[in-house]
Write a protein that binds this ligand. Structure first.
Ligand code: AMP
Ligand code: GLY
Length: 424
């Protein structure tokens, strides 16, 4: 099969790495890709965001399956465009992508479909939002910009001053642009977070292994939120009992709701959940693989990923099952010092191959923000690399991952030493 991946991050590298192991792959392309992905796929230098041009390219090159990594192209209707042209796509059309593209839409659907989620209200005006804030929940509240904000549009505010500042930034300063025209003010939940991903054809779904990510930049989960500083799989909070209830309370009503509203969803649904003394609530839905959760989940899949993605894209998962490795996996993100605020790039990266070799087949280094320039691999982003290791227990996987991480060098390399601490 001829496969095209859209995206350029660690998640897409993990997908390319896994798909490259499929005997069914004849040729893999990635648009735009990155230097790590280039080991598995031919990276395309096409104009970004021009989905019409990409569609023509895919038709010309007889692409059998397109796998979309990030949310923005999905919200933008890439999958609809491709499907209208007869191409097979793993990823929802723009109507399904609203689950992630609009917090307001998603919260209203959750309410309508009977999916447990934090109590909320929607506001269109700063003064009105501020007025209501004063009598909202008394304690901490959560403020969410409505549209895509690269994972940075959510503030968990400890008190009214912080909440008001968040509202001001979103609605008056328009820090997130158009995403600031509406906000959700939401009850703050506590408990343990878990990410559960399901591959779906719109009717049936297959759950992937659970994962937990570390959003905060600092150790002990302190400091501002990032795109994710690491992840591990499985998450201990995801017991058999919790798993069964997540299916019953979240995925089953979700699939039913999508069908009732005639939303054709072929791709992955990522449920960000809060588990508190057995109570389950949905914090968010995403319509794509998580990053960096995918880097921890994918190496645990024994089954070939390609037939699974293809079956979902064709709208029939049939009796497909996923075989898993029992070994836990841990992904540690290596970032540029200063991220998620200001940071510098352009520094040479050393000893990647050694780090992987040392891992004896149980370590994979995924590129996120790197560039190959004048025969050198250089840092090119906030999150530079994701190093994943897996082993028969978590302690061994952690030892392995940090041994690999400690081999890698670049100026200003920053990472957390406490990934997966909650699972120990
Ligand atoms: P979201 O993009 O909606 O998942 O929000 C990003 C992060 O903010 C989540 O992973 C949680 O850590 C936190 N968060 C979101 N909603 C809530 C909530 N209602 N209560 C507590 N934390 C939340
Ligand atoms: N790791 C969080 C996300 O992918 O949204």
């Amino acid at each position: 099969m001829r496969v095209l991946i859209v995206g350029s991050g660690g998640r897409e590298h993990a997908l390319a790495w896994k798909l490259a192991q499929s005997p069914l792959i004849k040729k893999m392309y990635c648009m735009p890709g990155n230097p790590g992905i280039a080991n598995h796929a031919e990276c395309l230098d096409l104009k970004s965001d021009d989905w019409e041009a990409l569609k023509e390219w895919a038709l010309d090159h007889k692409i059998d399956l397109t796998v979309v990594g990030p949310e923005a192209p999905l919200v933008d209707g890439l999958a609809d465009r491709f499907r209208d042209a007869g191409l097979k796509v793993f990823g929802p059309g723009s109507s399904g992508a609203m689950l992630e593209g609009s917090k307001v839409w998603a919260k209203r659907k959750m309410r309508k479909w009977g999916i447990p989620t934090a109590d909320f209200a929607v506001f269109y005006d700063f003064d009105e939002a501020r007025y209501h804030l004063s009598r909202f929940y008394g304690g901490p509240v959560v403020i969410k910009a409505d549209g895509l904000a690269a994972g940075k549009g959510v503030t968990v505010a400890a008190g009214p001053a912080e909440a008001e500042q968040a509202l001001y930034d979103i609605m008056v300063e328009k820090t997130f642009g158009e995403a600031g025209s509406r906000v959700v003010i939401e009850q703050c939940l506590s408990g343990e977070e878990v990410s559960v991903l399901a591959i779906t054809d719109g009717q049936k779904y297959i759950l992937l292994p659970s994962a937990q990510d570390h959003k905060a930049v600092g150790e002990g989960d302190r400091g501002p939120n990032t795109g994710g500083m690491g992840a591990y799989s499985p998450a201990p909070v995801y017991t058999d009992d919790v798993a069964a209830r997540i299916e019953e309370e979240v995925f089953q009503p979700l699939m039913q709701g999508l069908a009732e509203d005639k939303i054709d969803f072929r791709g992955v649904i990522y449920a960000g959940l809060m588990i508190d003394k057995g109570r389950i609530n949905v914090l968010e839905f995403n319509v794509r693989f998580g990053d960096p959760e995918t880097q921890a989940i994918i190496p645990r899949m024994e089954s070939d990923l390609l037939p699974l993605l293809m079956a979902a894209a064709e709208g029939d998962l049939g009796e497909m099952k996923v075989r898993l490795l029992a070994d836990p996996a841990v992904c540690v993100v290596l970032a540029s010092r200063g991220y998620p605020a200001h940071y510098e790039t352009g520094y040479p990266i050393y000893s990647l191959a050694e780090a992987e070799k040392e891992g004896e087949g149980n370590v994979a280094v995924f590129h996120a923000g790197t560039v190959f320039k004048d025969r050198h691999l250089l840092t090119a982003g906030g999150r530079v690399l994701g190093v994943t290791a897996w082993d028969e227990d978590l302690t061994k996987a952690l030892k392995r991952v940090y041994e690999a991480v400690d081999k890698i060098e670049f100026e200003g390399c920053y990472f957390r030493r406490d990934i997966a601490y909650r699972a120990l």
